[in-house]
Ligand binder design. Structure first.
Ligand code: GLN
Length: 454
């Protein structure tokens, strides 16, 4: 308790936690003590975890970092957090995020941005983005306030914040982790996953989080492999693909160097490198930024001032005016932008031109990966096109912000398992992440290649 309090005290300026629940973590520690005596230890007995505030937690306020959910206390537990607690973990608190998980820097939170514990080594004191949307999770784990945290990843929200803060995080195959009780952003893309200090901790957490759930219609009814037991950094006989289209224009030389470093690491572990092509890569960002807002605009229709959280009922207002006032007040600017884009691309006159077209391109992106995986076992790329940027640097320019997702979005559209591991430091001493993308359901292959790199 003392160590935790000290760590939280020190970390409080980072604004990572929205709710602190040390009593729940301590209760799990007590249960673990008793289990140790009775020989009933579970995989995560007593481990204190941070839970991204996109997961509904029974009896603990859950806001998705949006004013519209302020005061919402779920009467149910999300399947994933429930599974972690059933495996012995305790909850330290709820972690800040980009509002409704929309963002890449944590600056869209209604409760203030999170700050990365990292600083550039240029003598300056600039505050850096912890990445997003799981920026509370990345900051808390990186600052050693929690050994692990949950994240969610719709277009990179586990991997990019992990890369920005020098930790590891894996987004499993779509359908591995139940979405039940996770506040929905873009349902065909959303996946939960762990963020932790190393690959092994991610494997242990992911095992506890995964598994079939009848309450999520897209949940996969297949066994959860023993990933931790299967860990091996020996890549002999494995082929690692390097997609040439990821060599984007204006790629900073340090990202090039990082990628080469990663190639050397997997070669040293016995892998053979093959160059592969993912020809539709350049369409992935526009495709994502049509599909994700379209699904979001539909999912966010439920925040109407009636069912959850905030209600703004001006004097004499009718129902329609109450909806409008509640949504105008409750949603942040980025969320409104996405609702407008989504509503536009789904509108009768533009549906075929945007939404249908994006779905077709999504199929082409899926096929690109299938063809690449005929030639290799996993793909190796940088996680993001830069190290952490400064807070405020991109917040006025949504396109610049969206471009940061260039390497993470394609595998999300294809539902593939993908992981970020620390790959080195840039010239300013900031961490850079390498990404491993695997075949559907081959989390083991992803974890093992990541292990060879870390
Ligand atoms: N940065 C991306 C977006 O803003 C991805 C977010 C996420 O994965 N939740 O949509």
């Amino acid at each position: 308790a003392t160590a935790f309090n000290a760590a939280v005290e020190q970390g409080r300026p980072l604004n990572a936690w929205l709710v602190e629940t040390p009593e729940l973590a301590l209760a799990a520690a007590d249960t673990a003590d008793a289990a140790r005596v009775s020989g009933d230890l579970k995989p995560l007995s007593g481990v204190p975890l941070g839970i991204k505030d996109l997961f509904a937690t029974k009896g603990v306020e859950t806001t998705a970092a949006s004013s519209i959910l302020k005061g919402f206390v779920p009467e149910y537990e999300s399947t994933v957090s429930g599974k972690l607690f059933a495996a012995g973990a305790g909850m330290l608190g709820k972690l800040n995020l980009d509002q409704f998980a929309m963002g890449s820097s944590n600056e869209t939170s209604a409760f203030g941005n999170v700050i990365s514990p990292w600083k550039r080594n240029d003598g300056g004191n600039a505050s850096l983005a912890p990445g997003g949307s799981s920026g509370g999770s990345s900051s808390a784990v990186s600052a050693r306030m929690a050994p692990g945290a949950t994240g969610t990843d719709t277009g990179g929200s586990i991997r990019q914040p992990a890369a920005f803060t020098g930790i590891s995080g894996i987004k499993p195959t779509y359908g591995r982790c139940s979405r039940w009780g996770v506040v929905a952003f873009a349902s065909s893309l959303d996946q939960a996953g762990p963020m932790a200090r190393d690959v092994r901790d991610c494997a242990i957490m992911l095992e506890a989080m995964s598994g079939f759930d009848a309450k999520d219609a897209t949940s996969l009814d297949i066994p959860v492999p023993a990933w931790e037991k299967g860990l091996s950094g020996d890549l002999k006989g494995k082929k690692v693909g390097v997609p040439k289209e990821y060599r984007v224009d204006n790629m900073p030389p340090e990202i090039e160097a990082l990628w080469q470093q990663g190639i050397d690491f997997v070669k040293d572990a016995g892998a053979e490198i093959v160059e592969v092509s993912l020809p539709h890569t350049k369409y992935a960002l526009p495709t994502y930024y049509i599909i994700a807002p379209a699904e979001a605009s539909s999912n966010l229709a439920r925040y109407d001032g009636v069912r959850y959280g905030l209600r703004d009922l001006p004097d004499g207002a009718n129902l329609q005016q109450m909806y409008a006032a509640t949504r105008a007040e409750g949603f942040g600017a980025e969320v409104k932008r996405r609702i407008m884009i989504g509503t536009y691309v789904l509108s009768a006159g533009f549906y075929d031109a945007y939404f249908t077209q994006a779905q077709k391109v999504r199929s082409l992106i899926v096929r690109d990966f299938e063809q690449a995986f005929a030639q290799c076992d996993v793909l190796l790329t940088p996680t993001a096109p830069s190290a952490a940027f400064g807070l405020g640097e991109k917040s006025d320019d949504p396109i610049a912000m969206y471009l940061n997702d260039v390497f993470t979005v394609p595998s999300s559209l294809a539902g593939l398992p993908a992981m970020s591991v620390p790959g080195g430091l840039d010239g300013q001493g900031l961490p850079l992440g390498l990404q491993i993308i695997g075949r559907p359901l081959d989390e083991q292959g992803v974890l093992n290649a990541a292990l060879a790199i870390e």
